[in-house]
Design a binder for this molecule. Structure first.
Ligand code: AMP
Length: 508
């Protein structure tokens, strides 16, 4: 099963229905999309790419995103979608680590990728260029045969070791995730659509698949990003609208002023980070029974547990408030357990690491057998998340064993920032933590110890971060201290640093 079969099926079943939209415009019908994909795939083969070769996308949310992805699969290649907001050095790492031969870019990102100078990239193709038009002028080619376990999407997640790891998602993984969407979230109809205000390289891109599978329409906002006023305009315009939104986006939609016509809104699925119960209730008050929650991770995309729209809206249930604070129940196509360090299941009500198995679980990490061996043990995915099941099978996430910070719905790994900061000779020690924040979920805070006899100001530290990491990862505050709290083994005690942070009234 090749994911690109869905494109062929749609073109036969409903050739003239909308497949891709931008703003309030229909950009491509299903038959137009199929025709462009078949030609683009011909162009990719003409570049000398062989079956299984990786092709990257450094693209904002534009209509071409969909045809590039499906042309890659049509041609039997694998896609490496990258977050468009990454720093040049981060692009280089992913391009080289994945061994990509070609990279599709949107205009501003072309220069970044070229300057990054990753080795092995033979082709950088701007989707607004003549080179792209030339690719589309190729003769159409037939879809490649792929085995279900062949690599489809290399999903880069930042690792606690400081370097991103490529979770290998197969065609089977993505088909299973898609069927799970129909089972646990919604039965998408062909006249429905999904709007993508969040990056297509991540969660929102994953929800593209149920909509392609159902012959519905995928829409990018004209602004390419998230603007509540624009989202409401699109909801009023299109039919049967769904979207994926990080909790911080849901909060902004809930609190945005003005009356909006919500009659066409079908479903907002939030997840990827914790959502406060009060925020969830406020969203329910504004949007009605149109909210569902997912808990998943790149290694089992969008699929571990879910809190259904019925559960969220069931105000009269005696456990309603408690359930809003959980991540819901196990998904239809995964087995979820909470276990101790040895992998033995712990009793209901006790905390442990969340593990899961099923057809959505990744093949492993690209070129990283050690990380694969630690994440996949006896067929179970060890998520690194700590949780607890209640007696009704609802899972509460209590902690993140990986120390990840989730700011504005995006994951930030402290270790990555610590490694950059530690490159400054003026610094002896650093510790990066997240501080709870009402709008962003969490913000990044850096604790710094200067080398003896060295001076360093907050502005200098910030300038260094600005030059060496993606803007969204940059600490919001720098706190200079003489010592950091440590254990007997000399390990910095993050919990204590967090306590210091949370018990002081800092003026930032
Ligand atoms: P990523 O692989 O980037 O999608 O990040 C996945 C991580 O985000 C998970 O391992 C969790 O720690 C966190 N996460 C995902 N969904 C939820 C949720 N519904 N509630 C709380 N945390 C979540």
């Amino acid at each position: 099963m090749n994911l690109a079969h869905w494109i062929e099926r749609n073109a036969l079943e409903r050739p003239d229905a909308p497949a891709v939209g931008q703003g309030t415009d229909v950009i491509l019908t299903h038959s137009e999309l199929r025709n462009r994909i078949e030609r683009l795939a011909g162009g990719l083969r003409g570049l000398g790419l062989k079956k299984g070769d990786r092709v990257a996308l450094a693209m904002k949310n534009v209509p071409e995103y969909f045809e590039v992805l499906f042309a890659i699969w049509h041609a039997g290649l694998a896609a490496v979608p990258m977050n468009a907001k990454l720093h040049a050095s981060e692009f280089t790492y992913i391009l080289e680590n994945s061994g990509c031969r070609a990279c599709f870019v949107t205009p501003a990102l072309g220069d970044t990728i070229r300057l990054a100078g990753a080795e092995g990239i033979d082709h950088i193709i701007d989707v607004t260029s003549h080179a792209y038009v030339d690719l589309l002028a190729n003769d159409p080619v037939k879809i490649s045969f792929v085995e279900p376990d062949e690599l489809a999407w290399l999903f880069y997640t930042s690792g606690t070791t400081g370097r991103p790891k490529g979770a290998m998602l197969s065609h089977r993984n993505i088909v299973a995730m898609t069927l799970n969407y129909f089972a646990d979230f919604d039965r998408v109809m062909p006249a429905d659509c999904i709007i993508h205000p969040a990056p297509l390289s991540h969660g929102s891109g994953m929800w593209m698949f149920p909509h392609v599978c159902a012959g519905a329409c995928n829409i990018v906002p004209a602004s390419g990003g998230f603007d509540p006023a624009e989202i409401f305009e699109l909801v009023a315009h299109w039919q049967g609208v769904s979207m994926f939104a990080a909790p911080t986006m849901v909060r902004r939609l809930t609190t945005s002023p003005g009356e909006a016509d919500l009659s066409n809104l079908k479903l907002i699925i939030y997840g990827g980070a914790p959502m406060y119960v009060e925020d969830c209730i406020a969203a329910l008050d504004r949007f009605g029974p149109r909210l569902a929650q997912l808990y998943g991770q790149g290694e089992s995309p969008m699929t571990i547990t879910h809190l259904s729209r019925e559960d969220i809206a069931d105000r009269n249930h005696p456990k309603w408030r408690h359930r809003l604070g959980t991540a819901g129940v196990a998904d239809a196509c995964v087995h979820v357990r909470v276990v101790d360090e040895d992998g033995a299941e712990v009793p209901v009500g006790e905390k442990g690491e969340i593990v899961c198995r099923g057809d959505t679980v990744m093949l492993g990490y690209w070129n990283n057998p050690e990380a694969t061996a630690s994440a996949l043990r006896d067929g179970w995915l060890w998520t690194g998340d700590v949780g607890v099941f209640d007696e009704d099978g609802y899972l509460t996430l209590t902690d993140r064993s990986k120390d990840m910070i989730i700011s504005g719905g995006t994951n930030v790994y402290p270790r990555e920032i610590e490694e950059v900061l530690l490159q400054m000779p003026e610094l002896a020690e650093v510790c990066v933590i997240g501080r709870p924040h009402p709008d962003w979920g969490e913000v990044v805070i850096a604790y710094l110890v200067r080398e003896e006899g060295h001076d360093l100001s907050e502005q200098q530290a910030d300038a260094y971060c600005l030059a060496n990491m993606a803007r969204f990862k940059r600490p919001k505050a720098y706190r200079f201290v003489d010592v950091l709290p440590k254990s007997n083994y000399g390990k910095i005690l993050k919990t204590e640093v967090r306590d210091i942070e949370n018990t002081h009234d800092w003026i930032d």
